[in-house]
Design a protein around this ligand. Structure first.
Ligand SMILES: [Zn+2]
Length: 213
């Protein structure tokens, strides 16, 4: 999956919470998601089956393999999906980078007189920021998908009318078509990933808002 293009959107003035710049792009998203999962403002995507929790296909990453919930630890995978290792895998960032960003974020929060990490107001801030950042990332991913799809449509059209005799260097034509369609697939995967992140964070935001007095 190629999500390297995702940048943090412009933040408005009300978002100036810290003096140190927050990490941007995928790392920023991973950090927000980790904090939201840690504060329980948000949970991983998954379902209960016969009393045991399992991550959804979208949520599942190679790091989840080998972990099995048991009657004694029904939420083994749910806890794992809140871990830095899993969140790092989900956003395709090195876990060390996430841990470092997390440490910096905690130091910044400790230095500034702020709300305790688990207060509803703090988790609401994280949830709102995550929802906003993921919405912007989703729009950007969809823009890229539309552009790639338009180019891919041309390639498919060409392939649909491929003439074996006059196709010059057939190998090169097929290779180029493959490369182009790979880009379409990548941008499609990226958009799906962002749609999931966006949907989950908006669901979490809805829950937090429902709790507001
Ligand atoms: Zn995992």
């Amino acid at each position: 999956m190629n999500v390297a293009h995702i940048r943090e959107p412009h933040t408005d003035d009300s978002d100036e919470l810290d003096s140190t710049p927050a990490p941007s792009g995928r790392l920023g998203l991973a950090l927000e998601a980790f904090l939201a999962r840690e504060s329980r403002a948000q949970g991983p995507e998954g379902e209960w089956r016969e009393g045991l929790w399992f991550p959804s296909t979208n949520e599942r990453r190679p790091c989840c393999e080998g972990l099995q919930p048991t009657p004694a630890n029904k939420q083994a995978l749910e806890s794992h999906c809140r871990s830095a290792a899993h969140v790092a895998a989900l956003f395709e960032v090195p876990v060390l980078d996430l841990r470092r960003a997390l440490k910096r974020a905690r130091i910044t929060h400790e230095a500034a007189p702020s709300l305790p990490a688990n207060s509803p107001a703090r988790s609401m801030t994280n949830t709102e920021r995550l929802a906003r950042v993921s919405r912007a990332a989703l729009s950007e991913a969809l823009d890229i998908l539309r552009a790639e799809a338009r180019q891919g449509a041309g390639v498919l059209e060409e392939l649909a009318h491929l003439d074996e005799e006059s196709a010059g260097d057939l190998a090169a034509t097929l290779k180029a078509a493959g490369e182009r369609l790979k880009l379409v697939t990548q941008s499609l995967e990226s958009a799906s990933q962002m749609e999931l992140v966006c949907r989950v964070s908006e669901m979490a935001l809805g829950k937090v808002r429902a709790l507001e007095p």
